[in-house]
Write a protein that binds this ligand. Structure first.
Ligand code: NDP
Length: 281
């Protein structure tokens, strides 16, 4: 079997096109969706992500502003900026790029962002709403994963889903969204015994661990849907957590890296910002 590719780049492009139409409509009604991105310190990878987000905003007509702060900024000064953005009527989404430099309390910073502008979906109130099955900002990467499953018309209900990784950004919210969609979900992590066995049971396998090409061909149930969230730099190349060449011989569907989940994450950020603008009216 050769897996069909889930082309995140193409799906994200079509989502951006739809969003552009909605942004045009909102602008005609006098509301320009606005995103504020806060970057603390000079982590080069973070700067690349921020630049990609700003470029995507521009493409669909979302106003964006970047606030670049020194790594040694005090938490109080960072809070003052967030408070100002919370009150700014031109801003509908606030994103503090993670990770934060040492000395800043990530949880307190995320909690400072207004729940209604929390386009990353990391505020505990939005996390709680997601768990309760209420409307909330959903974290962008997990939302992108679900959008890809929708795109291939995957009937998630009753499927056995296995999520490897339990971070607040990827693994836990993905697992929750899959539960909300009626999958039977197993969450695996570094302490899981018999990881290969767990994987082999999966109709839907989502991997977000940060281990280059760790998931191999014989871990996969023939025909399974494999979503690779991992982004790993190996020499000069970017590879996922799944051994794409091996696994694509067995899986039914697979996401490439790059060009899979990555572009979807940014598209979901844009969507959340547009939703923030719609809700502000
Ligand atoms: P974290 O480091 O926060 O979490 C990694 C998770 O993987 C942990 O739960 C850890 O288990 C688990 N894990 C690590 N090693 C193993 C192993 N050998 N076997 C089983 N489980 C293991 O990473 P993130 O969740 O932030 O990111 C994961 C990957 O996704 C990274 O490659 C990251 O770059 C990528 N990513 C991609 C995005 C995109 O847009 N495509 C967005 C965000 C992240 P434990 O909890 O026990 O330590």
């Amino acid at each position: 079997m050769t897996a069909q590719i889930i082309d995140g780049k193409a799906i994200a492009r079509s989502i951006r096109k739809q969003l552009k139409t909605e942004v045009t409509r909102l602008r005609q009604e006098g509301t320009t969706p606005g995103l504020a991105v806060v970057l603390v310190g000079d982590n080069p990878a973070s700067q690349i992500y921020v630049n990609m987000k700003k470029k995507a905003c521009k493409e669909v007509g979302i106003y964006s502003e970047e606030h670049k702060l020194a790594a040694n900024i005090s938490q109080g000064d960072l809070f003052s900026l967030i408070d100002r953005l919370n009150a700014d009527q031109n801003i509908h989404g606030i994103l503090v790029q993670l990770p934060l430099p040492q000395g800043l309390n990530e949880q307190e910073v995320l909690e400072r962002i207004s729940v209604t502008k929390d386009v990353d979906g990391f505020h505990p109130v939005n996390v709680g709403k997601l768990v309760s099955g209420f409307d909330a900002f959903v974290p962008c990467t997990p939302a992108g994963v679900m959008e890809m499953l929708t795109h291939i018309a995957c009937d998630i209900s009753g499927k056995k889903a296995v999520v490897i990784g339990r971070s607040n950004i990827v693994g836990k919210p993905v697992a929750q969204l899959l539960v909300n969609a009626n999958a039977t979900v197993t969450i695996c992590h570094s302490q899981t015994k018999e990881l290969e066995e767990e994987c082999r049971a999966a109709d839907i396998l989502v991997v977000g661990i940060g281990r280059p090409e760790m998931i191999k061909r014989d871990w996969i149930k023939p025909g399974a849907i494999v979503i690779d969230v991992g982004i790993n730099r190996v020499n000069q190349a970017i590879v996922g957590d799944v051994d794409f060449h091996q696994v694509s011989e067995v899986a039914g569907w697979i996401t490439p890296v790059p060009g899979g989940v990555g572009p979807m994450t940014i598209a979901m950020l844009l969507r959340n910002t547009v939703v923030g603008a719609q809700s502000s009216k």
